[in-house]
Structures are given as structure tokens and as C-alpha cells.
Design a protein around this ligand. Structure first.
Ligand code: AMP
Length: 184
């Protein structure tokens, strides 16, 4: 299955993506994790990405896309994948559609995981990541509304809206049944 999960920061995307990918036996591909891995290994890409990330800004599309193209070229993505954090804007979505079309495939479903702002902010502040300053959190939320939210309309019928408020298991069950997969 070729899936994408989108939603504001703090909606529980990373956690749910991890669980769902394990359940479906497909790789969980998070562009944020790929950047953090590069930062951890001290690569040139990591150094470049870090300045954007710490400010809560998007890393330039060409940089992100070339990193993702490398990841999607790996054979473990053949049975499918769950993308998390990419695409984050319409140009990235168009680029991805082109890349998948070259393989004769397309995204099948887009999971939209949402929660009210109070819940998001509470979860974000509890997370304590290096780029979780008040300014960066606010900036990422603004960017989500301006650039990422339009993807919901763009993907239209394949979007599966999921309420992200509740226990982790409860939300996973909602996603599994929302995707029309057998309940566990
Ligand atoms: P995340 O782990 O998804 O919250 O991503 C952390 C940071 O990585 C973001 O704030 C961006 O700076 C960068 N990033 C992740 N995915 C993308 C993307 N698709 N396009 C541009 N920047 C990204």
C-alpha cells in the first residue's frame, strides 16, 4: 500500500505512522527523521538542513526531494510505503506524483490526522525536541495551515480524516478501520 499521513505537528503522526507501517509491513519514511539522521551523522546535507529546521522553516524543495528520491529508489519500497512529512506543499506533491507515475503507481490513501490546537500545543511542549522552541512551534503551525493544509483539497477523495484525540491504540484502530483494513 502506498500511503501518506498528514496533519499538524503534535497530532501524533510519527507514533501512528510507526505503528501502522509495522502492522502493514511497509517502510515508514519520515523526511524529518531522514534529516535528523543526517544531522546525527554530521553529513553536508545535515548541516544544510539544520539551519532551516531550527528556525521552523522548510528545507528547500530540491534538497528534500533529492533525499527522498534516493530513499524511494531502495527496493524495500516496492510493496509500498508510508510517507510522513512529505509532501508538505503543493510543488512537492506534484513532484511526487511525477516520480510515482514513472513507476506506474500513485498514492492510494492519504490519512489526515487532526487534533484541536490546545491538544497540539500541549503535546509539542511535552516533546522537548531541539527544534521545539516556542517560535519554531508557532512557525511550523503557520506553515502547516498555509502550505500543507491545501493538500487536503488537492488529494480530495483519497483523504481519510481521522480524529487524533484519544489513546494511542484507539487512534491506531481508527486509522486501520478508516483505511478499510481488517480490525486487529
Ligand atoms: P518533522 O519531523 O516532520 O516535524 O520535520 C522536522 C523539520 O524537517 C521541518 O520543520 C522542516 O524543517 C524539515 N522537513 C521535514 N520534511 C520536510 C519537507 N517535506 N519539506 C521541507 N522541509 C521538511
Amino acid at each position: 500500500m502506498r500511503l501518506l499521513i498528514i496533519g499538524p505537528q503534535g497530532a501524533g503522526k510519527g507514533t501512528q505512522a510507526e505503528r501502522l507501517a509495522a502492522e502493514l509491513g511497509i517502510p515508514h519514511i519520515s523526511t524529518g527523521d531522514l534529516f535528523r539522521d543526517n544531522i546525527g551523522r554530521g553529513t553536508d546535507l545535515g548541516t544544510l538542513a539544520q539551519q532551516y529546521m531550527n528556525a521552523g522553516n522548510l528545507v528547500p524543495d530540491e534538497v528534500t526531494q533529492s533525499m527522498l528520491a534516493d530513499r524511494l529508489a531502495q527496493p524495500d519500497t516496492e510493496p509500498g510505503f508510508l510517507l510522513d512529512g512529505f509532501p508538505r506543499n503543493l510543488p512537492q506533491a506534484t513532484w511526487l506524483a511525477g516520480l510515482l507515475q514513472e513507476r506506474g503507481t500513485a498514492l492510494e490513501k492519504v490519512i489526515l490526522l487532526t487534533a484541536p490546537d490546545e491538544v497540539l500545543i500541549e503535546r509539542m511542549t511535552a516533546r522537548g525536541r531541539q527544534d521545539d522552541t516556542v517560535e519554531a512551534i508557532q512557525r511550523r503551525l503557520d506553515l502547516y495551515h498555509a502550505e500543507t493544509e491545501p493538500l487536503v483539497e488537492h488529494y480530495g477523495e483519497i483523504v481519510v480524516p481521522i480524529d487524533g484525540v484519544g489513546g494511542v491504540d484507539e487512534v491506531t484502530d481508527r486509522i486501520v478501520s478508516g483505511l478499510g483494513l481488517a480490525t486487529r
